[in-house]
Design a protein around this ligand. Structure first.
Ligand SMILES: Cc1cc2nc3c(=O)[nH]c(=O)nc-3n(C[C@H](O)[C@H](O)[C@H](O)COP(=O)(O)OP(=O)(O)OC[C@H]3O[C@@H](n4cnc5c(N)ncnc54)[C@H](O)[C@@H]3O)c2cc1C
Length: 401
């Protein structure tokens, strides 16, 4: 094998190969199944093998780190009410980004591009510019051009991304001897869904509401509470709030049937070597009653530790030491996906590719849920929020034992 592209079934699309290729033979494009993947121009490829050397899919001999349970773990949130209400979890991501700007770093985060209806990374050097990074965009973001720019720059960067994107960037920085210019933040990651799902969701929504243009999307709005996964969709005349149970995008994203191949075999989300800090949602019984959002924060390096300690000393955030057990029991990223799921994924993707609409595909998924669970979910969906909250707490306490 002379390049990483021709065998890219499990490629995560991080863009590291695009950045390292000396002849510009690699481009990152959306594949027919709706994932960003590298494409090779064979005429330009000189088989130098550089892309293979940094591709995290082909490398397994990373330095061994401690076990997850040995790294400091906290629950925390921003002490700024506005930040709390506008971010996805507890707003720790945004507080880190603000700290970065105030300490002469630039920030790399992900924005949602309303025109192209996709997610992409961008560079911010001013506080106003990091506003667009607030909140998760549950899509695969296009990173290639930004990663190339920051690797070639001399500036210092705090970079946010999925574990696989951060792993790719760490490999690039290592290769270019510039790790000291970076602080890398990843998150507990569920995986990224296909753009076939996203496009089909947008079509369903526009048809249903008779709108031609969407002017803004907030994937996780907290109007009905942090646990509710409400999506806010702005159109020219009106804003719509779609609760998770009424949202076929979330039904299918959370089914894990439509993720990138790479997500089923991801070794980056189980590696604690690439990022300095890992953040996420602190799901679990201690915070079941808190609807403003709580972040989980795992500190993998001294750099990460001192940044978070700084934020606490400056009274920007609250930090509470937490049990690894509670975090691990409630995070999807600690579950191994089954091969069965992987096979069903391909059949669902084929349906979307063949032009079946999102409701049809969601019904196909519902057919795979055991009858008992289906009835339970249907009953829960009719209950008022305060009862659902009580049931969730009992379930979490039982699960965390
Ligand atoms: C695809 C995806 C899957 C996730 N899965 C889980 C999970 O299983 N468990 C869990 O606890 N948390 C998960 N998260 C993370 C979680 O949703 C929050 O993003 C995280 O907790 C940070 O929230 P915050 O309130 O601290 O800060 P916020 O200010 O809300 O931070 C959001 C940060 O995430 C970055 N970001 C947003 N969208 C993307 C994207 N598509 N790709 C790369 N970076 C992005 C932004 O640049 C910003 O820096 C996931 C996020 C994404 C994007």
């Amino acid at each position: 094998m002379s390049n990483c592209v021709e065998n890219n079934l499990y490629c995560n699309g991080c863009g590291a190969c695009f950045c390292i290729c000396p002849t510009h033979a690699i481009k990152i494009e959306l594949s027919q199944f709706g994932f960003f993947k590298p494409v090779l121009d064979k005429k330009k490829c000189i088989s130098c093998g550089r892309c293979l050397q940094i591709c995290t899919k082909f490398k397994t001999n990373y330095p061994k780190t401690k076990e997850f349970t040995e790294f400091p773990l906290y629950a925390g949130w921003s002490l700024d009410k506005k930040t709390q209400s506008e971010t996805s979890s507890g707003g720790i991501g945004f507080e880190i980004a603000k700290w970065a700007i105030n300490n002469n770093y630039k920030v790399v985060g992900t924005i949602y591009d309303e025109k192209e209806e996709n997610a992409k990374t961008a560079i911010a050097s001013r506080i106003e510019e990091i506003e667009a990074f607030k909140g998760s965009k549950y899509l695969q973001s296009y990173t290639a051009d930004t990663f190339k720019t920051i690797i070639e720059s001399k500036d210092k960067f705090v970079v946010f991304g999925t574990p696989c994107q951060i792993a790719g960037l760490r490999m690039l920085a290592k290769k270019n001897n510039c790790e000291d210019r970076f602080i890398l933040i990843d998150f507990f990651c569920h995986g990224v869904p296909s753009y076939l799902l996203w496009t089909s969701f947008l079509k369903w929504f526009k048809d249903k509401k008779h709108v031609s243009k969407i002017t803004g999307i907030q994937f996780r709005n907290k109007k009905y509470g942090w646990h509710n996964h409400t999506m806010k969709i702005d159109t020219e005349n009106k804003s719509y709030y779609l609760k998770r149970k009424d949202n076929p995008f979330y039904t299918l994203f959370c089914s894990n049937f439509l993720l990138n191949n790479a997500c089923y075999l991801c070794n980056s989300k189980m590696s604690f070597y690439f990022a300095d800090i890992r953040i996420g949602d602190f799901w679990g019984s201690p915070f079941d009653d808190r609807e403003d959002g709580v972040s989980v924060i795992a500190l993998f390096s001294d750099k990460g530790k001192s940044l978070i300690e700084n934020l606490e000393q400056e009274k920007k955030i609250t930090l509470i030491r937490q049990s690894h057990n509670i975090c691990m029991k409630n995070q999807v990223s600690f579950n191994k996906f089954s091969f069965n799921l992987y096979q069903q994924k391909q059949s669902m993707l084929n349906l979307l590719k063949a032009g079946k609409d999102i409701i049809f595909v969601a019904k196909e998924y519902v057919k795979t849920i055991p009858l008992g669970k289906k009835i339970l979910l249907a009953v829960i969906n009719t209950m008022p929020d305060f009862i659902i909250r009580k049931i969730r707490k009992i379930y979490h306490i039982y699960k965390e034992k």
